[in-house]
Design a protein around this ligand. Structure first.
Ligand code: PNW
Length: 446
């Protein structure tokens, strides 16, 4: 790999967490094993036309069988933390009631395996794989979801307990509500704004309920949640564009931040949604505001907004570098996002729970020279360092992702890994970006 030690490479705090992130459905495979029940992604991926190439997570990276060597890979990168998610359908195949011990066994092996290798386990309780049985009863808009989710969370906590360093309730609830229940580009594929607003409301209550339930257990693990957040820019200085940008900021960012930090939805978005708003008790959102130990931030790109709405493409800088997803590469956005966020909400701590990029990698004789991804990581780490220097309490960074995996509606066509996966043989190959990250972390850690 090219020499990457920049003169600007600063020192991160001594106890900083260096990790990689994954999620269950995207890597595990083994969807029929050890009593796992079906999830909404097993169902959705089989609907013709929904997922590119009709691909599913049936096999994915076969991580369910390769977890031990995958943890070796993580440890080999000099990291000290690993973020993964627990699949609800493995723990409760019917969504509620009966607990499947074999499912808990798997995550217990994974947690102990991580600890043995010096990796702090960071668990996400919900990363989009809802048990199909619960979707059959209505899914996230259902008023009993907070209670069902809490039962599930307590089953996970009951087994993994304080061996886990942190529990996040949700990964990117915007994606669940908006992509899953409004535009229908994610499972369960519903297209109904009212249902999506109701889903986001029940998710907030479910978050609050789980945090309260785990606090009542006197857990020593840190508790938080994970949001996908974006700096928002108006496409021009026109009043219409500025107004549209403000509204998008409320619908995308603050719709998820305000309930957990202030116990309410942002007023501008509520007013704009008026016609579609379901009959809900907005006062009850107060219960979503529970003291958190950390906020997980997933940062990928910024939103450019004009009167017509948001677009990830963005008119004003057509020359900006883009990833294979079409997402603008904008490292300064991470500094901007964190400093703005901290000014507004003052979370006690932030974890960068995801940051990374898909590029069209070329595997060649056991090497992948992914210079663009290496530059991406380096640029974002530099901006993260600046944010810390400017006083934002960031405790860790998790690159998305450990390895190429099932990129939802894009199937296996988009590769976010710092480790390459050959899906024919399941062979793992460190890309240059993984080697760069490994060496960077080595220079950081004592
Ligand atoms: C996140 N968007 O998803 C997820 O947490 C990961 O599971 C996923 O693989 C990763 O980012 C890369 O996509 C997102 O449209 C999906 O803005 C969509 C968006 C953002 C994040």
């Amino acid at each position: 790999p090219p020499d990457q030690r920049t003169p600007a490479e600063g020192k991160f705090p001594a106890n900083f967490l260096w990790g990689v992130a994954t999620s269950a459905y995207q890597i595990e495979g083994a969807t029929q094993e050890d009593g796992r029940g079906p999830s909404i992604w097993d169902t959705y991926s089989r609907i013709p036309g929904k997922v590119l190439g009709g691909e599913s997570g049936d096999v994915a990276c076969d991580h369910y069988h390769r977890w031990a060597s995958d943890l070796d890979l993580v440890a080999g990168l000099n990291l000290n933390a690993y973020r993964f998610s627990v699949a609800w359908p493995r723990i409760m195949p019917e969504g509620t009631g009966r607990v499947n011990a074999a499912g808990l066994d798997f995550y217990e092996r994974l947690v102990d395996g991580a600890l043995e290798r010096g990796l702090q386990p960071h668990v996400t309780l919900y990363h989009w794989d809802l048990p199909q049985a619960l979707q059959d009863r209505g899914g996230w808009p259902h008023p009993d979801m907070p209670e069902w989710f809490t039962d599930y969370a307590l089953a996970v906590y009951g087994r993994l307990g304080n061996r886990v360093a942190s529990y996040a309730t949700f990964n990117e609830p915007w994606c669940t509500a908006e992509l899953g229940y409004h535009v229908g580009r994610h499972a369960p594929g519903v297209q109904d704004l009212r249902a999506s607003l109701l889903a986001s409301y029940q998710i907030q209550l479910a978050h609050g309920s789980v945090i309260r339930a785990l606090r009542a257990e006197n857990t020593r693990a840190e508790l938080g949640t994970v949001l996908n957040l974006y700096p928002v820019d108006a496409a021009s200085g026109r009043a219409e564009d500025l107004h549209a940008a403000q509204l998008i900021d409320e619908k995308l960012n603050r719709w998820y931040l305000d309930p957990i930090f202030r116990g309410r939805f942002p007023a501008g978005a509520v007013a704009d949604y008026a016609e579609a708003m379901p009959e809900i008790d907005l006062q009850a959102l107060a219960s979503a505001q529970q003291p958190l130990d950390f906020l997980g931030v997933n940062y990928y790109f910024r939103q450019w907004v004009s009167e017509g709405g948001a677009s990830r493409a963005g008119p004003p800088s057509p020359d900006a570098e883009r990833t294979a997803m079409g997402w603008e590469v904008y490292p300064e956005g991470l500094h901007r996002l964190l400093t703005d966020l901290h000014r507004e909400y003052q979370a006690p701590k932030y974890l960068i729970t995801e940051n990374g990029a898909a590029f069209d990698d070329q595997w060649n004789n056991g090497e992948v020279h992914d210079e663009a991804r290496t530059r991406y990581l380096q640029g974002h780490l530099q901006q993260l360092h600046r944010a810390i220097q400017d006083g934002v309490p960031v405790g860790g960074y998790f690159a998305w992702s450990l390895m190429d995996n099932y990129e939802w509606a894009y199937g296996y066509s988009k590769r976010f890994g710092i480790v390459h996966v050959d899906y024919g043989t399941q062979q793992r190959t460190l890309k240059d970006s993984a080697k760069w990250y490994r060496d960077f972390v080595r220079r950081q850690r004592p």
